[in-house]
Design a binder for this molecule. Structure first.
Ligand SMILES: [Zn+2]
Length: 240
């Protein structure tokens, strides 16, 4: 079993290098959280769904302009309600190589924390929830072992990307660092590709919401996320 797993790991590494980094074959899926009847967190000036869509578009434009050979797809491009399964389906239909899901946090329900909680955090999939109950009927031990190794590889890549994102959100967008965390968010668990969910700051904090809703703030967030992507992507390509 040990030799088998070692061979599987080697094969997986080769497969992933070949499929993910082939020139012109890399697809970034940008997922603007909420939309349509689902406003997300509400601020004084705007709703989370407006912030996520504006940053998603600005980020996609930047990545397409700066990264030759990278294509950009979106799970939504307008004020549209898209449920979580459909977001995953769209990401997979686009043959995405990485998923970036954009959100903004809120503490509006916690009296006393409205104007206190600020900062940006990035989430990656939780290993236990990926494995638990994810075995499909009829899947052999080898197939399931492959699936688990693939998920572990995606997760490691997600952590690397999330770390770059946090670094840039602090350095470029001047957000307070709330760190990289694990969570069982639906899009992270089911994406079947490296995936990160970014809580860009708090809608419930007056100054943070002012930043999130401003064109300048949205441009800085897109710049930070794009820089993080370029660093992570170049590392994958072996350019660093
Ligand atoms: Zn959200």
């Amino acid at each position: 079993m040990k030799v088998f797993l070692h061979r599987l790991r080697m094969w997986l590494a080769i497969c992933m290098a070949a499929t993910s980094v082939a020139a012109g074959a890399f697809t970034v899926v940008i997922d603007a959280g909420h939309g349509g009847r689902d406003s997300g967190a509400r601020g004084v000036r705007c709703s989370e769904k407006d912030v996520t869509l504006a940053v998603a578009k600005a980020l996609g434009t930047r990545i397409a302009r700066q990264c030759a050979g990278v294509s950009v797809c979106y799970t939504r491009v307008g004020d549209e309600y898209v449920d979580l399964d459909e977001r995953v389906r769209r990401a997979q239909a686009a043959r995405g190589d990485v998923l970036i899901s954009l959100h903004a946090n809120s503490m509006a329900h916690r009296v006393g924390l409205r104007d206190v909680a600020t900062g940006a955090a990035t989430y990656v999939m939780q290993p236990a929830t990926v494995a638990a109950g994810s075995r499909q009927a009829g899947q052999s031990d080898e197939e399931f072992a492959f699936f688990e190794l693939q998920q572990a590889e995606f997760r490691q890549q997600s952590i690397n990307f999330a770390t770059e994102i946090q670094r840039e959100l602090v350095a470029t967008a001047h957000r307070r660092d709330e760190g990289v965390h694990q969570a069982s968010f639906h899009v992270l668990q089911h994406a079947c590709m490296p995936a990160v969910l970014v809580e860009m700051d708090y809608m419930s904090h007056r100054q943070a919401e002012q930043f999130l809703s401003s064109q300048q703030g949205q441009a800085l967030l897109a710049q930070a996320l794009c820089r993080a992507f370029v660093k992570w992507y170049n590392f994958k390509l072996g350019k660093r």
